[in-house]
Structures are given as C-alpha cells and as structure tokens.
Design a protein around this ligand. Structure first.
Ligand code: ZN
Length: 252
C-alpha cells in the first residue's frame, strides 16, 4: 500500500471519531456531561468500540507485522494517537486521574496537564473530514460484514481455523467493481485473509462473494498463507514481506 492510501486510511479512522465529536460541540459536551455523565461515558465507549472494530482490527496486521518505519504502520500509529489524544481530552472531566495518566503516557511533547487543554475544536475536526473517502469505506466495511459471514461459515465447517487461512473471491460490476479495484491491494488486510481475487461479473449483477481455503504455506511471523517462505537461515519460515520488514531498522 502506498503512502497516499495509508494516509487516506488515517482520515477514515479520524472521520469515525470526528463525526462523533462534531455532533457535539465542545460547549455542548460540557453541558451534557454535567447533566448526563453516564450517557456520555456510554456514548464515548460506543464510539471507541466502533473505532476499534473499524480501524484497529484492520490495522493489527499493519502494527504487528509491517516494518517499524513503513508509511502504513506509521499511519496506523498516527490514527491511534489522534483518537487517544481526543478521548483523553473528552473524558478528562469525568475520569480526571485516568485521563491525566493517559495524557502523560502519550508520545511526543505534551503539555503539563490534560486539564489545562481544550476539547478538539470544530475547525480541527472539520479539517479531517473527507466525505468521499468515508463513503468508499462505508461500502467496503459493509462488504467486509458479508465476507465475515462467509468466513465464519467456513470456520464452523472446519475448512480453516483462523480467517487468515481463507482466500476470498469477489465478483462485482459497475461502481462496486471500480471501488474494489481502487482498494484491491488493501482488501486482504481489510478482510484479514491471505488473498483476495476481484473479478468482473455480468453488468448489473449483485456483488458475489465466495470463500475457500487459501493455498500455500503459512508464514511463521504474519500467519498469512503465502506461495512460499524462506527456506533457511535466520529468516526460515518467513514470507518475503516479513523478511523485508525485518530488514528495515526499527529506528530511523
Ligand atoms: Zn509473513
């Protein structure tokens, strides 16, 4: 995945949080939590959960297996930073000690206390919004739900254990096909499978999904099923992507 797509994903994740935040201006949040603190905590928790499902699950593979300095991995870290930074500010009036601890644990230059900071401003939040990107990823996340249902069926039938043992075939046409082609390189990571093949179906036909067992051998580091792995040395059993990731220095 190129840096542009990685950055776009960052905006997607930011968008989820920002839509939540933008629905309540900072002043309104303050007034609201004074009257309804439990509801605010639940709402914030729900937003965090949505972000977790929509972003973190997608990003586990990036965070755990890609090179430390790769644009994809760093973009995931950037998204998480913005999410946690925003949530720390929002929960500070309700969970003062926890928010303060969280604030001081965040990387980079921090101010002395979260309690001297402001909620994220509307201007800042608006600057993150990308409607077209959000629309794209709403469709992709909907498709992922359908893929997950198929994966779960195969898992129950013992075709494979984890979803990484699966290979997905998607047949689409029209706008759906164009969207899938646009994000084709990202689909295996989005679906948490080892391979995704996109092909063109008859015009006007609905998008179809088929899941089968992935062919190949299992990489011992990323657990993807790949055509081949390294056969010897200290990289034995690793796929080419993992060998490349380990070759890069952790620090710049
Ligand atoms: Zn690997």
């Amino acid at each position: 995945m190129g840096p542009n797509k990685a950055v776009h994903l960052m905006f997607l994740a930011g968008g989820v949080l920002l839509y939540f935040l933008m629905s309540w201006s900072a002043d309104w949040i303050w007034g609201y939590f004074v009257k309804h603190p439990p509801e605010l905590i639940i709402s914030a928790g729900s937003a965090a959960l949505a972000i977790t499902v929509g972003v973190i699950c997608y990003r586990n593979e990036r965070l755990y297996t890609l090179a430390a300095q790769s644009a994809s991995r760093r973009s995931a870290q950037t998204v998480m930073f913005h999410i946690v930074d925003g949530l720390a500010r929002l929960v500070a009036p309700i969970l003062p000690v926890t928010a303060e601890q969280l604030w001081k644990a965040l990387p980079g230059k921090r101010t002395v206390s979260v309690h001297l900071e402001e909620f994220p401003s509307r201007d800042l939040l608006t600057s993150f919004v990308d409607d077209a990107l959000v629309a794209d990823w709403q469709k992709l996340l909907s498709l992922r739900d359908a893929v997950n249902a198929e994966l779960e069926t195969k898992r129950k039938d013992k075709v494979f254990g984890t979803s990484l043992g699966g290979s997905v075939q998607v047949i689409a046409s029209g706008d759906d096909l164009a969207l899938l082609r646009k994000y084709e390189d990202s689909l295996p990571m989005l679906f948490i499978v080892s391979a995704v093949a996109v092909s063109e179906g008859a015009a006007g036909s609905p998008t179809a999904i088929a899941v089968s067992k992935a062919d190949g051998v299992k990489c011992q580091r990323c657990w993807r099923i790949v055509p081949s792995v390294a056969g010897g040395g200290d990289r034995e059993g690793l796929c080419s992507r993992c060998v490349g990731a380990l070759a890069e220095p952790v620090s710049p």
